[in-house]
Design a protein around this ligand. Sequence first.
Ligand code: M6R
Length: 614
Amino acid sequence: MCGIVGYIGVRPAYEILVKGLHRLEYRGYDSAGVALLTDDAKLNVYKTRGKVDDLERFCQSKDIAGSIGIAHTRWATHGEPNDINAHPHFSRSGKIALVHNGTIENYGVLKEALEMNGCTFQSETDTEVLVQLIEYVKETNGCTLVEAVREALKEVVGAYAIAVIDTDEPDTVIGARKSSPLVIGVGEGETFLASDATPIIEYTNKVVYLNDDEIAIIRRGEPLQIITADNRPGQIDIKTLRMSVSQLEKGGYPHFMLKEINEQPSTIHDCIRGRIASRGPEVTLSGVIENKDKFLNAHRIIIVACGTSWHAGLIGKRLIQEIARIPVTVEYASEFRYSNPILDEHDIVIAISQSGETADTLAAIQMARRCGAFVYGVCNVVGSSIARATDSGTYIHVGPEIGVASTKAFTGQVTVLTMLAVAIGSLKGTIDPATQTAVTDALRNLPALIRQTLKLNDKIEKLSSTYTYVHNFLYLGRGYNFPSALEGALKLKEISYIHAEGYPAAEMKHGPIALIDRELPTVVIAPNDEMHEKIISNIQQVKARGGSVIAIVTKGDTSIAEIADHILEIPEVPEVISPIIVSIPLQLLAYHVAIKKGCNVDMPRNLAKSVTVE
Ligand code: M6R
């Protein structure tokens, strides 16, 4: 959570920093701030509660000169979202300013020690402790800023990506990371620093991903220098990014979420490109080919993930078990990491994460690797911490997902898991040729099928007005589509603030049926599959108790059309890919209900896209 940006170069820093903050706003939007060093080494710090737009309004009549600066958009952890707790934080003398993404776990102890040495604090944040500590070390040791940062970080327990500037060294920005991401953009005579590459891509596609325990020394007019926490020279490995600015804009849509929903025909096309040929049943995943023995000898697969990625994992479990005949369990990364699991070298841990930065998933990976398991990543963000922490993996390649509610990443994850199941099944000989042909044909047809399903938009938009004032929703599904019910419910609750629960349809009679009355709509996911007849009974049970039903059915399904209040028809598809297709109306329903309620769908309250804290 939280996004940081830094700039040093020849252009006015303010514009670059604020534009960068807008790009990073998906990481948190409780407050925003900027610190600028003017040419005569004066430090101006402006910060305010609220979004980056609020910061821009606040800065309208301020001195925004300077070609060096740092900026921050916050997702509050320590201290309420107000002006004082907003970053940048500055040292007692007012000379050093710092922005931080992460949490300093031992900030209480450090704060006490600093207070005993005369420091006073303005904010309730853990970050202010860090900037005061840096100044304290600098003054006590009479050292340079980089030395002070390096020494101070030795005292710190926790996660951080930081950027620091100092009026005593007006041509320097120091960056450092541990467990929170930091990317450095290397331009011509200018250098950028950010939580991800999106603020940088407009200016340069040459980036360096800082590693844990590394410190970047960025001096105007000098080449980038990296040192390690123990003061050895670090490696500068410049990567070239393949990302375009247009991917980061709304492209005519009112919201990123709607753009991302509509992008799915092309994102799925990108996801399968080069992995499934234009004809034939082969699935080529280099991660599987290169680690053939690991997959052939795996006793077990454990999928770890959070949120939507965890739902994709549940679908992955069914796919892998059915197609590749390997036992699979799916764990919340946050629980798994503290569960003292029994793992060994015959286990494969699959970590799923859109951002590749989720702290719990990253910690689960590190633990799994320590136990000797082989860790395979399914990530979207290229070069992200999780992508780099895994032994191998497959990118979903759906492009930057900016809306906080995950949409195209979910369908990309399920697509990759389907390909993974087929690739392993084919390697092990557990998938028969006819099934393999049917699944790969279905994957090839996905973009067209999604395009067709997106035509439901207008119907769903009209339908959504009926549900604006509802307080609760129930989502039911079975088999492959039980996870779809969970995902539909999560989508609705996170952006519309309507309470929603997903259940396996047959479990309804064991409790949730008590909730059903005229006030509780139920979304039933009921495509033509082997559970169809049974799910019709569930719909009858809801109707018999006065509940209303929105049913997602296969085109031409007259039996459900007769009993449900509303039907949303999807194309006829093989069962294994049905979760991808049914997710389209579920995403659209959540989107339109939230819009009708006047909610900010791209930046729902209390949430952030990238959850880099526990
Ligand atoms: O980046 P990740 O996939 O690791 O993120 C996991 C969850 O935080 C994420 O899926 C979250 O649940 C989304 N907001 C759901 O739309």
